[in-house]
Ligand binder design. Structure first.
Ligand code: ADP
Ligand code: ASP
Ligand code: MG
Length: 459
């Protein structure tokens, strides 16, 4: 059971969470393992403090975190009799973080390492606090430092888990607690290298922690508790009519997560899929609702479009060269440049003489462009967005592409790609058009008469 930042934002949220865990532990007689994010806003505050320390103001950075510690203390005082112990824990954390922020300003250690050390306190503290709150509610919770279970490579800020080592350590740490009917409580997002150096899995990575632990323990189900009732047909911040999808295949959920449905971290599905563990996405404010279940069987529905995801902040790089005509090895040379700079490409389209690629991470863009210039003329377009339309069986359904592009006829669309996985159609629009495009697509596929859509899809 993974609870996101909004599920631990304040005392009422912690109280809702206690009821949800009690329901599973006591009424359903299951053995839950709880994964928790930092209280909402804490990771952002910690990252901002690192930024402030880097600009030479470590004392201001230390001071900026005070309201966050007050929030933890307020929950401890309201909901536990362990507030003295939590106060000591917070005091120690504050001292350690202050030293780390001063080290950040003085550049005495590598910044990526310092940043991971500092942000890790968000989840370490929320997990310790949650374990105390659960104990106060007579649930046998025990805080376990996630760094003892999630073992990763050393890539700070986006560490990759070493799956067999993670499985082995997770079982060693948690099996005996589960047998003793204790409830392990771990912070998400945080891991450590084999030699114990703190790492983090990337923003939103607590979902991934839950899936990794679920896979290691062969859990019956991985539950992602958040602030919306499951995966919705589109981002609810853009489309107020978006509604819950009851069932998704692993492939559909993976595509949606990868192409921007923030409700699931993109890497969450893989460990669950490998072990065929269902992933359920539920709302901590509406716990009785079933939410969305992600599993291997596909829903046989005439409504072949399941959801629309989008990702903004995309950059398109186009390389044009007549040398590409009839030549081989050209694409290889282009991909090698991206590989050298460890930069992922999302969409690739080619013509006879040009290749267009979409990028999310532009931190190495200048160096990449300089190298690509050896291969051809390079054009870069910023402020683009990917739209991804997902549904099992899309490829086999005639008429879908016409319906997509008809409703976008006055919007410039590029890099159209019918996903190799057969569950998606992706394309790029300018960022300023994304809201209009998503609203129209949602209206086309989800806001008309269902029978009509079914008939159109079948026709
Ligand atoms: P948590 O803190 O629980 O991990 P997140 O903020 O990471 O929660 O993810 C939940 C948010 O994802 C929702 O509040 C919603 O705004 C956003 N979201 C984007 N796309 C979708 C989608 N297709 N379905 C549901 N939520 C989505
Ligand atoms: N606290 C981390 C973040 O805000 C991880 C998570 O919430 O999943 O990105
Ligand atoms: Mg999240």
């Amino acid at each position: 059971m993974k609870f996101g930042g909004t599920s631990v934002e304040d005392s009422p949220a912690f109280e809702r969470l206690v009821k949800i865990v009690r329901n599973v532990h006591t009424l359903k007689a299951s053995c839950p393992v709880v994964v928790v994010s930092a209280m909402s806003g804490v990771t952002n505050a910690l990252l901002a403090s690192v930024g402030q320390a880097t600009t030479g103001d470590p004392e201001g950075a230390i001071h900026s975190l005070e309201p966050q510690w007050e929030r933890h203390l307020a929950v401890a005082q309201a909901l536990t009799r362990e507030s003295a112990a939590i106060r000591v824990l917070l005091q120690t954390a504050k001292q350690e973080i202050s030293d780390l922020l001063r080290a950040t300003a003085a550049e005495t250690m590598p910044r990526p390492l310092l940043q991971d050390l500092i942000v890790s306190y968000g989840e370490r503290l929320s997990a310790a606090l949650l374990a105390a709150v659960l104990r106060q509610a007579s649930l046998p919770a025990q805080h376990v430092d996630a760094r003892r279970c999630i073992i990763t490579n050393g890539e700070h800020g986006r560490a990759e888990p070493l799956q067999s080592e993670t499985s082995r350590r997770t079982r060693a740490e948690l099996d005996s607690l589960i047998v003793a009917e204790k409830i392990p409580v771990l912070g998400g997002f945080v891991g450590a290298t084999v030699d114990g150096t703190t790492t983090t899995l990337g923003r939103g990575g607590s979902d991934y922690t839950a899936a990794l632990l679920g896979a290691a323990l062969a859990a019956n189900e991985v539950q992602i508790w958040t602030d919306v009732t499951g995966v919705l047909t589109a981002d609810p911040r853009l489309v107020s009519q978006a509604r819950t999808i009851t069932r998704l295949s692993y492939a559909e959920a993976a595509e949606l997560a990868y192409f921007g449905a923030k409700v699931l971290h993109p890497k969450t599905i893989q460990p669950a899929m490998e072990q065929r563990i269902p992933v359920r996405i539920c709302n901590a404010r509406e716990p009785a609702a079933a939410g969305t279940i992600v599993c291997s069987d596909t829903e046989l529905s005439p409504r072949t479009v399941k959801a629309i995801a989008h990702k903004t902040g995309i950059t398109i790089v186009q390389v044009t060269s007549a040398r590409m005509l009839g030549a081989y090895g050209f694409l290889h040379a282009i991909f090698e440049v991206f590989n050298r700079h460890r930069t992922a490409i999302d969409i690739v389209t080619t013509s006879e003489v040009s290749v267009s690629l979409s990028l999310d991470d532009t931190s190495k863009l200048t160096a990449i462009v300089n190298e690509l210039k050896q291969l051809g003329a390079v054009r870069v377009e910023h402020n683009q967005a990917i739209i991804c339309i997902v549904g099992e069986g899309l490829r086999a359904t005639p008429g879908i592409a016409a319906r997509i592009f008809n409703c976008l006829s006055d919007i410039n669309v590029s890099l159209i790609s019918h996903g190799a996985s057969s569950v998606n159609v992706t394309f790029v629009v300018e960022e300023k058009n994304v809201r209009t495009a998503i609203s129209r697509l949602h209206a086309t596929f989800f806001e008309h008469n269902a029978a009509e859509i079914g008939e159109a899809a079948v026709a």
